[in-house]
Design a protein around this ligand. Sequence first.
Ligand SMILES: Cc1cc2nc3c(=O)[nH]c(=O)nc-3n(C[C@H](O)[C@H](O)[C@H](O)COP(=O)(O)OP(=O)(O)OC[C@H]3O[C@@H](n4cnc5c(N)ncnc54)[C@H](O)[C@@H]3O)c2cc1C
Length: 437
Amino acid sequence: MKRLDHITIWYESPAIHLMQDSTGKVIGAVINRHGQEVYVHAKKGVVLTAGGFENDPERIQDYLGVPKMVPMGTLYNKGDSINLSIEAGADQWHTSVYNGGGLYHGLTYAVANGQRGILSYTWPELYTGSIFVVGNDGTRYFAEDQHSKAGYLFIHGFGRHPYLTTQSWIIFDQKQKAKLEQIQDSALQSALNKAIAASSASELAAKLNFDSTIFTNTVKDFNELAKLGKDYSFSRNGQTMTPLADGQIYAIKLQPAALNTQGGPRRNEKAEVLKPDGSAIKGLYSAGEAGSITTNQYQAGQDVAELLIFGKIAGENVAQEPVEKADSVAPLDPKILASDEQTENYQLGANQFLGKSDQGMGNEFVVKVTMDKNNQNIQDINVIKQSETKEIGQKIIKPLLHNIIESNSTNVDAVSGASLTSKAVKSAVDDALAKIK
Ligand SMILES: Cc1cc2nc3c(=O)[nH]c(=O)nc-3n(C[C@H](O)[C@H](O)[C@H](O)COP(=O)(O)OP(=O)(O)OC[C@H]3O[C@@H](n4cnc5c(N)ncnc54)[C@H](O)[C@@H]3O)c2cc1C
């Protein structure tokens, strides 16, 4: 942050290739900048930090073995670190490792393809009462009350992801539905509104495409075990199980969720990217989930720790590389070199001031503040650019700006639960107001 004025940041400019010299040393990257291919020469080296493959359906299928995992974070990690490093000759590792998260052992309420899932809470009512979960075939496959860490369950003494189904269903009766309706959770309530209802287990089986005998037996078995007070199938606490009443029965669709994936280029302790023979690819480093060191266990905070620690190691080591002189480096077109700020055409009228902040959840947050003619009172604030999260951040921007305009000051309460977006809004307005002086 201290050296930010020396660092050029280009948004929406993905790296599409790495460049190597005749010895295989990585000497730069090809960037897609506003539709143009820009060849950027790296004087010392390149650090790959383009994340995992959460949003690459083909690799999700190939590496994780399911047709779809719902991304819970960025929508832009499409496995480019893997493509770029393979081009440069890198070995790959940990391709089947990922972190789940969300409901139960890493499930989320189903969303359409290409949409982000919602990180929701496994309320006790989702595993206590006349309620259980089945997979694709209408059978139960795990203990619904089992504590999970980032999607890992403690299986045979070891943290493991359970068998992943393409979809799962929460099954419950009318009485349980009434309990779920009392919970203040918008994701759950919207899932409840979309729940599939039937007047019997066999009718529900038909609607969900289950074999009717298999599903009705699942319901029967669950009810028997609940009466016994002992789950001989999956060791769920018998006290949490109540038989489902006859009559109305419901199903909510779930899909497996990915917080992040770990697969990508193999790296060593110096953050150097390695070839299959174990030697380092000169000039190529990596950090974060782009080929994470993590194997099949979860330690809290491991991903953020890894991006910070390996970011530091990679940065320090690349800085020690000798400066690579390029024989012929064409100067870049100044239009391409210019930062996003200069290339974006912000129109300002009289008594209007531009303010920016990088303190939000997303990229740069930019506002246009319109003052009265004496530059004393804020008349209006328009958000020109923001990429805060749709579910949380974007919802608080308007009301917070309203409060700032009303009190003619940024000294207003931040919105709890959206503290980063609040910070971005307030500091961008402060930045604009500072320009008046
Ligand atoms: C809801 C949620 C909760 C989480 N909770 C935790 C937690 O509690 N603890 C923890 O340790 N971890 C947690 N994680 C995981 C952690 O956030 C990620 O593993 C971590 O942020 C990854 O950092 P990164 O820098 O490697 O990748 P990212 O932060 O994903 O950054 C990769 C960047 O590369 C960009 N990119 C992609 N392709 C290209 C390209 N070709 N060229 C240039 N740029 C490209 C992407 O747009 C993205 O901005 C959570 C994740 C989610 C989604």
